[in-house]
Design a protein. Structure first.
Length: 281
């Protein structure tokens, strides 16, 4: 009788332990998910809304995106707060690898930047190359909105001012406004104030509040915009989900992933062009 009671008590104890474990999630299967720190253009363009359900379908991986400027996204990777970074500033990406924060950079896709501004074009930038256009904006002290957030677009903008012979830190005036925000916010500010700004084409196409703005300069080779993806180095950050992160990257650069990227369109316009197999990208 005592043995029977002991067995009953043991069974009850095990049942309670199982119940507590289930309630706390200990017995539940782990979600196959990763954190990707990515540039705001992939978010603001609607690209991730399109792509992430396909990632889930193809790989079973749930991707949680932290949308930031490229510089901030790379810093998130440096802290080990993301498994993968997906950004668009090649020089900064190569530095990230050189610093041991990742072991490999993979090119994924490209599009281009466009210079947008008020359709009446007070600085007369239309018809010029992009460097002449930046010079004209500075000479006319025409309102210009800079993202000012260390994003890939901001890095590209600063490089264009430099190439145009304008030392923006010393030559900017009240006409130059740095807002420290993403592409959508920069376009909203430019639209509201009738200002010029540099935008990635994908966000521009997806942007609904164009107002008085129009594309004024495009097609210049200096406006090329390459995207790359990197796994955060698990040797530095053991919490990185190496297998899942690498599976996400392999999907992006695979023939299937590249076809999915090419299929993303708005009003018939392709927003990103896959080029994972371009060794120079």
């Amino acid at each position: 009788m005592h043995v029977f009671i002991s067995l009953v008590r043991l069974g009850c104890a095990l049942a309670v332990a199982t119940l507590l474990a289930t309630a706390s999630g200990c017995g539940a299967p782990q979600e196959r998910s990763i954190v990707v720190a990515s540039t705001t253009s992939t978010q603001d363009s609607g690209f991730f809304d399109y792509l992430l359900p396909l990632v889930k379908e193809r790989t079973g991986i749930t991707v949680k995106v932290v949308a930031q400027g490229t510089g901030q996204a790379l810093d998130t990777g440096r802290r080990g707060d993301a498994d993968v970074v997906f950004v668009h500033a090649k020089s900064a990406e190569l530095a990230f690898v050189a610093q041991g924060e990742s072991t490999k950079r993979y090119p994924v896709m490209y599009n281009d930047f466009v210079l947008v501004g008020p359709a009446d074009d007070p600085a007369h930038v239309t018809g010029r190359n992009v460097l002449q256009s930046f010079q004209a904006i500075q000479e006319h002290a025409a309102a210009f909105i800079s993202r000012g957030d260390r994003s890939g677009t901001h890095i590209a903008e600063l490089a264009l001012w430099l190439a145009a012979g304008v030392n923006i830190e010393h030559q900017k005036g009240s006409w130059y406004k740095s807002i420290g925000q993403g592409m959508g916010a920069a376009l909203n500010t430019a639209s509201a104030s009738g200002a010029y700004t540099l935008s990635d084409r994908a966000t521009w196409i997806h942007f609904a509040n164009k107002g008085p703005l129009a594309i004024l300069v495009q097609g210049d080779a200096r406006l090329f915009n390459q995207y790359g993806v990197m796994l955060v180095n698990p040797a530095k950050h053991p919490n990185v989900k190496t297998e899942l992160g690498q599976a996400f990257i392999h999907y992006l650069v695979s023939p299937s992933g590249q076809k999915d990227i090419a299929r993303y369109r708005i009003d018939g316009q392709q927003l990103f062009f896959p080029n994972a197999n371009d060794p120079t990208a």
